[in-house]
Design a protein around this ligand. Sequence first.
Ligand SMILES: CC(C)(COP(=O)(O)OP(=O)(O)OC[C@H]1O[C@@H](n2cnc3c(N)ncnc32)[C@H](O)[C@@H]1OP(=O)(O)O)[C@@H](O)C(=O)NCCC(=O)NCCS
Length: 157
Amino acid sequence: MQNLIFREATELDLPKVVEIAVEAIEYSQSPFRDSSLEKMKEYRRKDLEQLQSLFGQSSIGVFVAEKNGNILGHVIVLSGMKAVTGELQGWIIDLSVKKDFWGTGVAEELTLKAEEFIKLKGFQYLGLGVTSANKRAVRFYEKMGYQEERKQMVKKI
Ligand SMILES: CC(C)(COP(=O)(O)OP(=O)(O)OC[C@H]1O[C@@H](n2cnc3c(N)ncnc32)[C@H](O)[C@@H]1OP(=O)(O)O)[C@@H](O)C(=O)NCCC(=O)NCCS
């Protein structure tokens, strides 16, 4: 794709990053919960707005794909998160690409950026959580070499 660049985000990109992530949250909806999409969006927005205060710290990496001045997607990654083994690792907080650019390799490049960031921090593993019903995302991560390590379960009581 012409004029497509992958770069570290600046603070000015953050509102757009939050907007794309909030829009994409619908694909992470759980079929086992009654919570409305609006509630999920509200929660996601609040969660990601904390980014503004974390932004700039060395443990957080935010990378964007940009074409002709437009942000097409991003990845947000944190280093130094604890794994179940107790060791420190990286964690993908969010990976979202605008739907028009799915299947174009943008998500792959962003994921590689996150991996490189974590490798440079000296960590060996990069983890993430994904809604099982989000089959496209699950398939994408499998393609990228990620393996299922734990299952998170829920029951309405
Ligand atoms: C997840 C996301 C980043 C992946 O990027 P993408 O460009 O769509 O990914 P790709 O097209 O490279 O890979 C998706 C794969 O899933 C496959 N796929 C699509 N729909 C599928 C389905 N319903 N079931 C199983 N596999 C499916 C595709 O065919 C493709 O595999 P292939 O390359 O072997 O054909 C992007 O879809 C996205 O932004 N989704 C919304 C946000 C999101 O869900 N983020 C992840 C939260 S953890």
